[in-house]
Design a protein around this ligand. Structure first.
Ligand code: NAD
Length: 488
């Protein structure tokens, strides 16, 4: 597949000589090459988007969302093809890819409510003959810089809200997974959005820097690792932009002795090993309390060993490969460091080779017991199918342990006690909370609420937060003296 940019309603080849190989992580084959667009390509997209903004913002909101209704229908009709593309370039199973697109579509549906969501406020007679109102206006050109792990969904946490609110847009996918957006932009083209309203620029750091520095781009959303999130947040702010940057995670789950152990194990295994552990909401540290330790350890080790690993399009496969060989090597190295640091590898996924897919970057589910607070495995986001186990004696200790981590994307609790659940949800320092839930992914009508080193900014993606982020408020105070209006 040839990877092109989509600028001003045209498919264009960036004038570059540098490319990044896109690899099917299950087969190891090069399936495309991402052109590493230059700042000049970003400039062309920003100019087109800025020109389009002048008219798009004047299109009535109820007409703007008609384009999104059409896009929603096309995404639904093409969901299997898009899911196949995600599996090919990202590695997750077909069902996981499909589920990702369901969440993308849900965001388009919520953004279709912009005529209501974007309404202003009005107060009559704040003083005699004086009214006050607040209207929301779009910002202008906005952009998303996306990670590799959800190539279809993540731009949709932002894009539909932005364009429904009257902004124009640039998407910069991860250079590792550009094919999904090629497919989706063909649908965007089919919808017939006016030229320049939604643009696609492929590339890596130079394209990102072009976005961060561009004087016309008003707002930037980023999702990716914490180190890059910090850079994006600081650089975009230094260039006077509105910015939200979602970072990495190390999500704890606490298992109390009164939990339903079979249910907890199944859900925690799905969370830790689903999408090969490459979810920002993946559980990566399980903290057992008191008597939960032995039963949970035994059950989770069985669940890890019995998970079916292979190519995500093959029937019965429960877990695909990690994104590439470099990631596999990094994950295996971290498992090794863990075992040297006093932890015990109970189920070891290193050295996995899948018959028929010998060149794939597979790591089988791994369970490591006795992870020590402050150790490398405790601190570092592995972003692979590796679950660390820890043990404490009370729920208070477990919450304190969870809260001592620098990340705050998600925390979960498994229990049958309402009182424990209530304590946990109030006291734990994370933005997305699961009670007997393994992946506490908020629906599109709730914000995606990371905290601490998992999020830099104020307003989050999805829901009213996205409406706030992609609009600026204007407050008008107006006087119409009573004696003037009495004439009519
Ligand atoms: P990444 O940070 O390597 O890349 C993300 C984006 O930033 C890509 O588009 C990439 O081209 C660009 N980029 C990378 N290095 C850059 C640099 N030095 N300067 C400028 N731009 C740069 O992240 P990834 O590996 O693609 O994705 C995995 C990470 O994303 C994990 O840490 C995961 O937790 C995180 N993530 C977080 C959330 C969330 O909601 N918090 C959701 C999904 C993924």
């Amino acid at each position: 597949m040839e990877i092109l940019n989509y600028i001003n309603g045209e498919w264009v080849k960036p004038g570059v000589t540098e490319y990044f190989d896109v690899i099917n992580p299950a087969t190891g084959q090069v399936i495309a090459r991402t052109p590493l667009s230059a700042k000049a390509d970003v400039d062309a997209a920003a100019k087109a988007a800025n020109e389009a903004f002048k008219t798009w913002r004047r299109v009535p909101v109820q007409d703007r969302v008609q384009y999104l209704f059409k896009l929603r229908d096309l995404l639904k009709t093409n969901i299997d093809e898009i899911a196949r593309t995600i599996t090919d370039e990202c590695g997750k199973t077909f069902e996981e890819s499909r589920a990702e697109m369901v969440r993308a579509i849900e965001n388009v549906e919520v953004a279709c409510g912009m005529p209501h969501l974007g309404k202003g406020e009005f107060v009559e007679d704040i003083a005699s003959g004086i009214d006050e109102l607040m209207i929301r206006q779009p910002l202008g050109v906005c952009a998303t810089i996306a990670p590799f792990n959800f190539p279809g969904m993540i731009p949709f946490w932002f894009l539909p809200y932005a364009v429904a609110a009257g902004n124009t847009y640039i998407v910069k996918p991860s250079e590792k997974v550009p094919m999904t957006m090629q497919y989706i932009f063909k649908l965007i083209e089919q919808v017939g959005f006016p030229k320049g309203v939604i643009n696609l620029v492929n590339g890596a750091k130079e394209a990102v820097d072009g976005i961060l520095e561009h004087p016309t781009i008003r707002a930037i959303t980023f999702v990716g690792s914490t180190a890059v999130a910090k850079y994006i947040y600081a650089t975009a702010a230094a260039h006077g932009k509105r910015v939200q940057a979602q970072g990495g995670a190390k999500n704890p789950v606490i298992v109390l002795p009164d939990a339903d152990m079979d249910m907890a194990t199944k859900i925690i295994a799905d969370s830790a090993f689903g999408c090969a552990g490459q979810r920002c909401l993946a559980v990566s540290l399980a903290v057992t309390v008191g008597e939960a330790r032995n039963t949970f350890t035994e059950l989770i080790c069985d669940a890890a060993s019995s998970r079916v690993v292979g190519y995500g399009m093959d029937a019965g496969v429960q877990m695909g490969p990690v994104i590439n060989q470099a990631s596999k090597a990094r994950i295996e190295q971290l498992i090794g460091i863990g075992s040297e640091g006093g932890a015990k590898v109970c189920v070891d996924g290193r050295g996995t080779v899948i018959k028929g897919y010998e060149k794939g970057s597979f790591v089988r589910p791994t369970v490591i017991a006795d992870v020590q607070p402050g150790s490398e495995l405790w601190k570092t986001e592995v972003f692979g199918p590796v679950l660390g186990l820890m043990h404490v004696n009370t729920i208070e200790e477990a919450i304190a342990l969870a809260n001592s981590h620098s990340y705050g994307n998600q925390a979960s609790l498994f229990t049958s006690s309402g009182a424990a659940a209530r304590k946990f949800k109030y006291e734990v320092d994370a933005g997305n909370i699961g009670i007997n839930i393994g992946v506490a992914a908020p629906m599109a009508f709730f914000p995606f609420s990371g905290w601490k080193d998992s999020f830099f900014g104020d307003m989050h993606g999805q829901s009213m937060d996205a409406v706030e982020f992609f609009t600026q408020k204007k407050v008008v105070v107006e006087r119409w003296p009573r004696e003037w209006t009495r004439k009519f």
